[in-house]
Design a protein around this ligand. Structure first.
Ligand code: SF4
Length: 468
């Protein structure tokens, strides 16, 4: 996935009430590694309630060598894998954040992006807060602490108030002595699920991480819900009544692992169905179907099944490319394409190929892959995309940041085809994307510009809302 130009920002994983929780979080983070490769960390809490953290830049296996992991103990722990968006890279932005306070330590891990981060940070700094990082996630911690310090009330009320002040996409894990709070934004833009393990509980951005440690999936956390996990078991409350389902469609299309289930729909099944529908909408006169590994393989299988054309391994991914090439710079990623993918000449030579990809962002990767297939002897390449054209930036933590970067922001499909060099190009419609998900309530804002939240909030707006 990482040679592509679209990147998710993070994954979170937490364990409550299970012996050796840091080890389980390690395995969980390893299963969520596709959601971020820049850095990762674990905070664990022992019987004395004292929290200890290990974090670093790099992959989970690099940061947590045996020695560093064995320094963490306890039956409560949360962890995080990071791909930087707001705040950029650097060790100070690697999570979980850990705060020492006379009322007790607490830790925080966040997946998503807060759209009103800048004004909240300014407001907090004006009131004396000092930030450790440039990450948007730290704002929530300051809001919680300020609120509880000012009003001396139980922490859950401060968390409710803080969540009502932030806008945007989030799945937050907040860990205090003896307790984990798992919170999902009012639109459910980022996934968050909960499972049972022995006498304890596990929370994860994706269900694929439950299987690794043998946890039994219970349910997804609902939009606007806070689940408190402690010695009373699970308790649920809504931080707002103003909530609805608008989960990020790109989680199904590209980010999530195919073995994850999100809001009742398996990701592989979603993608396969999108491939079937893509064939119905855009058949191609061709000999074979080839998918771009790995995230497009399920859609390619669906296209192949629906069309009756054989599914072939016309592109092979080299799994042993140096880590330099999974860095988050565009130039590095593009170079990485040539190292990470190879066309199989004996399979594609003299063939008319249907090339199935899950999405096109900038188009540079698609162009290189089309060229690669033609250089390997493909007679024709018909590019089929298992999602609609991406025309708008995302403000919710996915690095589709500017109009100028997007192939289809200001171009027709025909102009896009010419740039990629494909013999034909077609995209899946929004209607079929929703059909593949068997739902009508996904966020499709990067395709159609209908953002579920307000995007730019002024201090006056925030005051009017009573947020400050
Ligand atoms: S704008 Fe696109 S990438 Fe961003 S949350 Fe919505 S569907 Fe996902």
């Amino acid at each position: 996935m990482s040679y592509r130009s679209l990147n998710e920002e993070c994954g979170v994983f937490g364990v409550w009430g299970v012996p050796d929780a840091p080890n389980l979080v390690y395995y969980g983070l390893h299963a969520l590694q596709h959601r971020g490769q820049e850095g990762c960390g674990i905070v664990a809490s022992g019987l004395d309630g004292k929290m200890k953290r290990v974090k670093g830049e790099g992959l989970v296996t690099e940061v947590f060598d045996g020695e560093r992991l064995s320094g963490l103990h306890g039956d409560i722990a949360i962890g995080h894998v990071r791909y930087s968006t707001t705040g950029g890279g650097g060790i100070e932005n690697v999570q979980p954040f850990l705060f020492r306070h006379h009322t007790g330590d607490f830790a925080l891990a966040h997946n998503g992006n807060l759209v009103n981060y800048s004004i909240l940070r300014k407001m907090l700094e004006d009131r004396g807060s000092l930030f450790q990082s440039s990450s948007d996630s730290e704002v929530l911690a300051h809001l919680i602490k300020k609120d509880s310090a000012e009003a001396h009330k139980p922490r859950i009320f401060s968390i409710v108030n803080a969540l009502n002040a932030v806008d945007g996409a989030f799945a937050f894990l907040i860990m205090t002595s003896g307790r984990i709070y798992a919170c999902r934004d009012r639109y459910g833009l980022r996934p968050l699920s909960i499972a049972r393990l022995g006498e304890g509980y596990v929370v994860s951005s994706e269900t694929c991480a439950f299987d690794v440690i043998g946890a039994e999936y219970l349910r997804d956390i609902e939009p606007g819900e806070i689940v408190t996990i402690d010695h009373h078991g699970l308790r649920s409350r809504k931080y707002t009544d103003d909530c609805r389902h608008a989960m990020c469609a790109m989680e199904y299309v590209y980010f999530a692992r195919p073995d994850s289930d999100i809001e009742g729909r398996n990701v592989h099944s979603f993608r396969k169905e999108s491939g079937r529908l893509l064939y119905q909408e855009a058949p191609a006169d061709a000999d074979i179907v080839v998918g771009v590994p790995d995230s497009s393989l399920s859609a390619a299988m669906g296209y192949s099944e629906a069309s009756g054309l054989p599914y072939e391994m016309g592109l092979i991914k080299n799994r042993y490319v140096a880590r330099t090439f999974i860095q988050p710079s565009q130039e590095m990623r593009e170079k990485g394409v040539m190292m990470k993918l190879s066309a199989v000449k004996t399979i594609v030579r003299d063939k008319r190929v249907v090339l199935v990809d899950d999405s096109i962002v900038r188009g540079t990767t698609s162009k290189r892959i089309v060229n690669m297939l033609k250089d390997a002897g493909a007679r024709e390449v018909h590019l089929r995309i298992a999602s609609p054209p991406i025309k708008m930036p995302c403000f919710y933590g996915v690095d589709i940041s500017t109009y100028d970067e997007l192939l289809c922001a200001r171009r027709s499909v025909e102009e896009a085809r010419q740039i990629t060099g494909a013999d034909s190009l077609a995209y899946l419609s929004e209607g079929s994307l929703l059909k593949a998900g068997r739902r009508s309530d996904l966020c499709l804002a990067c395709f159609n510009g209908r953002y579920p939240t307000r995007l730019f909030q002024t201090v006056e707006d925030a005051n009017k809302d009573g947020k400050f």
